[in-house]
Design a protein around this ligand. Structure first.
Ligand code: ADP
Ligand code: MG
Length: 238
């Protein structure tokens, strides 16, 4: 990881791990991120759950402007700058200090969302967004970048009961472009992203996700079962 304002996440073994869950709306990111935090905590790993944009005072204010204040006009380029501004603050103020203390970070959305929503679906130059992301993160990259994926039809129907935010209000074609872009980016860059099928039951998705997390665990916890694995093992015994 590159140096940022003289502060760099350390490389020592006790450094916290940085896990990102990204993907289209309704893929189950927030559901799985909450579960992942509780599962890691259960293994004795201090874990911070963050969402983008947000996680700092500045970030939450930017979040309101970006997602809730729909009467305020914002071009896709302006959106890109605002998401990146919130990200820069989050990386500096929260993520790097947490990782350096040995705390794990689970983050709901990160750089791929800006590339997908503002560039690939929103029309801002792709390279410009990549450069902005590199500046905003100072080169800090997730240890696991998971892309939970569902077709936009499933995503839209899962979220049908809630009011649309600014991004979701861009319409069904936009959401289809978003879902397609997440999938193609993850397929094209398998060393950077792990594509996870989010269309199964929450339990099925958990298992796929946990497989990706297990190799990151300290060796002494790696063999431990998740709660649901324990339940299944018990019911098979009895
Ligand atoms: N695997 C799943 N199958 C069915 N419904 C799900 C699943 N995962 C989450 N949900 C439900 O779908 C809705 C959207 O899930 P959420 O985790 O908020 O998605 P995201 O954060 O990706 O938009 C919620 O009501 C949630 O309870
Ligand atoms: Mg969510």
């Amino acid at each position: 990881m590159a140096s940022r304002n003289g502060r760099t996440p350390g490389k020592w073994a006790s450094r916290g791990r940085f896990i990102v869950l990204d993907g289209p709306d309704g893929a189950g990111k927030s559901t799985q991120a909450r579960w992942l935090q509780s599962e890691l905590e259960r293994l004795g790993i201090r874990t911070l759950l963050l969402r983008e944009p947000g996680g700092t005072s500045a970030g939450e204010a930017i979040r309101k402007l970006l997602l809730e204040q729909r009467e305020v006009g914002l071009s896709a380029l302006t959106e890109a700058f605002l998401f990146q501004a919130a990200r820069a603050q989050l990386v500096d103020e929260v993520i790097i200090p947490a990782l350096n203390k040995g705390t794990w970070v689970v983050c709901d959305r990160f750089t791929l969302s800006t590339l997908v929503y503002q560039a690939l679906a929103g029309g801002v130059d792709e390279q410009a967004v990549e450069i902005m992301s590199a500046v905003a993160t100072g080169g800090v990259e997730p240890d696991r970048y998971l892309v939970l994926w569902v077709p936009s039809k499933i995503g839209i129907s899962r979220r049908a009961h809630r009011a649309n935010d600014r991004m979701e209000a861009k319409g069904e074609k936009f959401m289809r472009d978003v879902a397609a872009a997440f999938r193609s980016q993850a397929e094209r860059n398998p060393s950077r992203y792990r594509l996870i099928d989010g269309s199964g039951t929450p339990e099925e998705v958990r298992q796929l996700l946990w497989k990706q997390i297990q190799p990151l665990l300290p060796v002494q916890t790696r063999a431990r079962k998740t709660k649901s694995q324990e339940r299944r093992a018990k019911s098979q015994d009895s």
